[in-house]
Ligand binder design. Sequence first.
Ligand code: SAM
Length: 332
Amino acid sequence: MGYVASELIDGHGRRIDYLRLSVVEQCQMRCFYCHPGRNRAPAAPRLPAASVVRLAAAFVALGVKRVRLTGGEPLLRNDLATIAAGIHACDGVEEVTLSTNGERLAPMATALHAAGINRVNISLDSLNHKSFRRITGNGDLSRVISGIDAALDCGLQPVKLNMVVMRGINDHEIGPMLDFASERELDLRFIETMPIGSAGVESSRRLVSSDIILNKVRDHCGSDLVPVMDRRGGGPARYFRVGNSAMTVGVISAMSRHFCTDCNRVRLTASGDLQLCLGRPGQVALGGMIREGASDDDLQRAIRGAVQRKPLAHGFADPAVSASLEMTALGG
Ligand code: SAM
């Protein structure tokens, strides 16, 4: 049967067309603002590739157009290319993208691109080897940079860099990061620290607001910043062109500006739980339904019903809500 366009509209009238799909909870890095450390709940059983693809296909059939593979660290899964290819083959999907810390990307980039990944976001919080290791616990900056270059070389473009800016940790590196991004023609986004999980709650005292970040960008570049529409995302980032140059920078102001009214996304955990909001607990066990033999119709009905209950706004203002969340499980 041919493809029939469908739409997924939540209870507040928002069109949900973006799925963030965590394929694995584990990460080889231990970023201090993200990793739950000893507080971590035991990892839930991970869905096999075929079930991941089946769930993604159910969302795509309902109107999701973009799927981002995330985690944990998605490149820890050996069958990531199989997952990407399966989702890429779904009628109606426009883009399959990847969020990674980049450390394992260099040897995998070409295969992932061939499997249907269109573009990649790479997290990079520091260009200083020592400080990178301090932030990530054990990360190897040289390998991340090789991953960035491999992504550029194989055509996984545009490559976006995501930098979580933290006071006293890396806020002095906004300038060097701008230069690095400009030299390689990378898109760069600065992210406000979010109080997600105990690590995030603790780290959010280092929050640098996007207004301060943008002032530092202006100071470094000596240019005005001109607001532009995001041509590719439709997500929460606001983009600015730097003076008359070709360079754009984005800021994700999860804390200083509420962008929930435009939220277009839902998330799936690595065990197949549907998470309706990054900043509110509450899940629907779609993976469990698959294990119990649910049909595709059952899955789609459950998704439609759940999306009606998508919260209007995150609950980051409530420390109890924030502490109950876990970034590595929810996929950022
Ligand atoms: N491992 C992959 C990566 O590094 O991109 C994907 C998962 S990671 C959880 C996704 C993104 O969430 C990363 O850019 C990371 O820096 C960001 N992140 C994690 N904890 C955060 C927090 N508390 N506030 C803001 N961003 C956070």
